[in-house]
Design a binder for this molecule. Sequence first.
Ligand code: REL
Ligand code: ZN
Length: 436
Amino acid sequence: EQITTFSELEKVIRQVTTETRVIDMHTHLYAEAFNEHLLWGIDELLQYHYLTAEFFRHTDMTYDEYWMLDNASRAEAVWQTLFVDRSPLSEAASGVITALNRLGLSPTQYGRDLNAYRAALAAKSTSQQIDDVLEVAKIERIVMTNDPFDAKEREVWQASRGKSDARFDAALRIDKLLLDWPAAAQDLRVQGYLVEDDASAPSTLQEVRRFLKDWALRMDALYLMVSLPGDAGYEHNKAASVTSSSLTILLDGAVVPVCLELGLPLALMIGVRRQVNPLLRLAGDMSMRSDLSLLEGIAKRYTNLELLITVLARENQHELTVLSRKFRNITLFGCWWFLHTESMIRELTAFRVELLGTSFIPQHSDCRVLEQLINKWDHSRGIIADILISKYNRLLKDGWGITEEEIRRDVEAYFGGNFQRVLDKAKQNRQLIQGT
Ligand code: REL
Ligand code: ZN
């Protein structure tokens, strides 16, 4: 039952990429127990920060005027400006239309009337919407972004409600620890960890490790994660006499040891320049080129550390893909943020297949609003399918008959298996260290 014709190949690949359930390995979505942390519905879709930035390119409203509005009024302003007064052509805007349409709220029927969409969604409960969206988007599991520095979120974990929905896994997010050290130290003290402002004190590092382990275990976190600016200084080959940055001290002295001890990967998202325009709030972040010697240094130094890596600048993509070939503990993932667009996903995915075959994770959604799972995965699946069709077709033309099972195997690796394998490898490495 080998596939022999192009049309058969195309049909099978479209079907398999549409059907295969996904593990979405990085999102900003939450299980229902996290209450207001989980954003969903049309008003939230319209307030997505990608759209906020696009809205301000057209409106005369001042930033203050916008931020003073309530949620409903903000949504209305964005709808009017980006969807009624002009066409929603951008990736983020067209994504809203895809999500609505695939949820059964056809724009053909509901038109340009925001209240019609609102009314159609009004009767839905949160749990029903979670079920429906996960079904339509064919999502098996979702990894959240869990911040132990967020007091509201801590309450949910402390009440043991964080793991009540098996479809949602945790990731321990440590940006504040690594990027805002003196302030993080203060937070740790309030949480009962005896740390000093000087991160390099051995007792302080021990307490930071205790903090990380407590939270990783409480959350049952799948990995630890940080997003870094492109010029984050990690000094991997510096003379011992020179004082290190707190980032270096904390990575070497706490974060990496805890990952190795617990058998968890470290995820690095590299190349963000925060708050280029603070008036835009969450929408005010930018991308920047990264010096990937940071990554090279970590990968080389800690060969037992599994690294999940994405970078934000298009200019770094070629280098990251090549670097992934050099270090098997690097697994590249996703088309992040400003790269999560049709043309960029197409370019990056094709190149990655060409250099890495099936040994990478093509996509994560980075969703902030539940229904975005639908459009982000729908668009990504379609593009990934286009690329796979052309790659398998090359094999087909050279007489390498392919079966549907083989295609399924490869797509399952891309959509979840490769991520699972990184988790498994990290666990195995732990056993190696402990000699068990
Ligand atoms: O996890 C991150 O650091 C980023 O993905 C977010 O900060 C960003 O705002 C997100 O919405 C991008 O897609
Ligand atoms: Zn993110």
